[in-house]
Write a protein that binds this ligand. Sequence first.
Ligand code: FAS
Ligand code: PHB
Length: 406
Amino acid sequence: MMKTIKTQVAIIGAGPSGLLLGQLLHKQGIQNIIVERVTGDYVLGRIRAGILEQGFADLVREAGVSENMDKFGDVHEGFEIAVGDERIRINMAGLTGGKTVVCYGQVDITKDLMDARAEAGLETLYEVESTELHDVDSETPSVTFIQNGEPVTIKCDYIAGCDGFHGVSRQTIPETLRTEHERVYPFGWLGLLSDTPPVSPELIYCKTPRGFALASMRSETRSRYYLQVPLTDKVEDWSDDKFWTELKKRLPADAASKLVTGPSIEKSIAPLRSFVCEPMQYGNLFLVGDAAHIVPPTGAKGLNLAASDVATLYKILTKVYETGDKRYLQQYSEIALRRVWHGERFSWWMSNMLHDYGNVQVGDMTKETFTRFMESELSYYTGTEEGRKVIAQQYVGLPYEELSDY
Ligand code: FAS
Ligand code: PHB
């Protein structure tokens, strides 16, 4: 017997995009249900982003879920770019009229959103299988899936595809209507999480002849480090000792002298890609976050671009249910993509400037020529106040677009 559920908005995926959208819609009295492929614990086991733009932090406050973020998150007014032992500080607050970012882990914000959803008695169906979207280009879209062996149908007005890069939503847009832009980088990031004090109170992005490294953190007692590694490396190739030894060689000398090492809590390798699917909507299906776009983490934009998609879609759906005005629905993709492409370019640009391209031919030039161009680019943008201002404005996040008045 097919179980049928009715709601206004069906959300596919209980990652940060789906949970934040669900919470914001709920605050506007818009019914929603989330279906998720894995368990909540599995979602929380993914150690990913750590930097929240000002806009994201304000959205979390608007969602009423900011108590822990405001209590435990660390406001950062600047970060550093190190070229060898030379450390250049990007004074974000000073260069953007006071804008900052919050250092607060994706796991923490996801947990806060899960707890708020449970407290509000909102439904998240975990461990669903065979999720399929139907009739998304009609006025009666639906979602079917199997839960505990039982077939279930959700009948809804709209579907938000918050199901990440490997989800089902993007594939539901007919291939003939989708344009997918992609660049795969010839290296990956080996990340390590440890209960050791951070080597510096602010993030340090390190450009060295041995490759890129990043010193980040989750708190005053928990650090997050990354090393650029070849795509052929496996995490088992990297013992903790090997990681710490290499990190010390890539940190600027005065930071390396302060490095406290310890056992890894988590260690993983992530490939780097730039990816955008256009359009980000089809009928009454709206793609959000990683379902529509991916960035290399060099600009700390992945999670933050997901948040700006959420902000746009939530405002549009609120207009629909509050005033019946559906005119903005067709603008979602165009509005979201404007900000997505700015984040894509910044992440691509930072990745090109800060990583070592080894012996990889980069487009129509040799690695040496490309490296010279990028060295000049980096020295100009870090060596001038105007250049540092460009980096600062992008890093704190460009403003979210308001719905234009007709
Ligand atoms: P997510 O992928 O987080 O969530 C999608 C959810 O949908 C998942 O829980 C998945 O299980 C579920 N799902 C998938 N298919 C489904 C189906 N058929 N049915 C039901 N549910 C389904 N960003 C940064 O800003 N900084 C970083 O340092 C950073 N590091 C990263 C490291 C790695 C290894 C990865 C993969 C990403 C990283 N990111 C980083 C980007 C990352 O944080 C994403 O931007 C963020 O998770 C996006 O959130 P969602 O759009 O919710 O997608
Ligand atoms: C992190 O802390 O995980 C982090 C911070 C900044 C980045 C990427 C990752 O650009």
